[in-house]
Design a protein around this ligand. Sequence first.
Ligand code: C5P
Length: 233
Amino acid sequence: MHALVPAAGIGLRFGGERPKQYIEIAGKPVLAHAIEAVRRDSRVTGVTVVIAADDRWFEASTRARVEPVEVVAGGATRAESVHKGLQAIARRHPQADWVLVHDAVRPCLSAARLAQLLTDGLASADGAILALPVRDTLKRCDAGHRIVATLDRASLWAAQTPQLFPLERLRAALGDLLQAGAPPTDEAAAMESAGGRPLVVMGSPRNIKITWPGDVAVAAAWLAGIDPEEEDL
Ligand code: C5P
């Protein structure tokens, strides 16, 4: 099983002077925490990181902290970056059957949630993802912010990463969507579009995706005060 960490985003929603995966928390870039987190399970045998073609940060701030790691140049969308990473893994590691995709901006993944995902996902033909049952009531709104529908939250889950899939099937599914000009926002959506039914495995509210500036302080608090090996549901 090879891990793939897409880190080629520039963080349009976040702003700031550097991409959010390179912000330092607890003495290390967010990306270094994310890579360390996927390595905490010995079933992961290698890590490939996708960085922007014009990345100015990885070599200077991160590479030395995360070796050994393989590096690939990314694309314009997350889906394109992941697809480029999958192509490289398939070429360099023909024996890799499974791929574990984990956002560079989720530094607080615990060993317990990762282990559960790997155990359940490897037993599921179409793979698995970490996800959380939605706790708020969800509203669909029009452009003027008026509510037009209320969704039934009983069946709704918010997708997290890591996401674990058979490598070749994910590569083919993502390739088809990219060719059709319809890049998905996560890997599970590519599997679904190819007829797959991936499993959801209980994630954690601590497995936060750093998206807004305030998220950095939250992630720092989790990383400072909590043993990443402990259960975190
Ligand atoms: O932009 P968003 O928050 O959805 O990014 C999720 C992950 O995908 C991040 O780790 C980001 O670096 C990565 N990404 C990428 N290539 C892009 C856009 C996003 O690798 N073109």
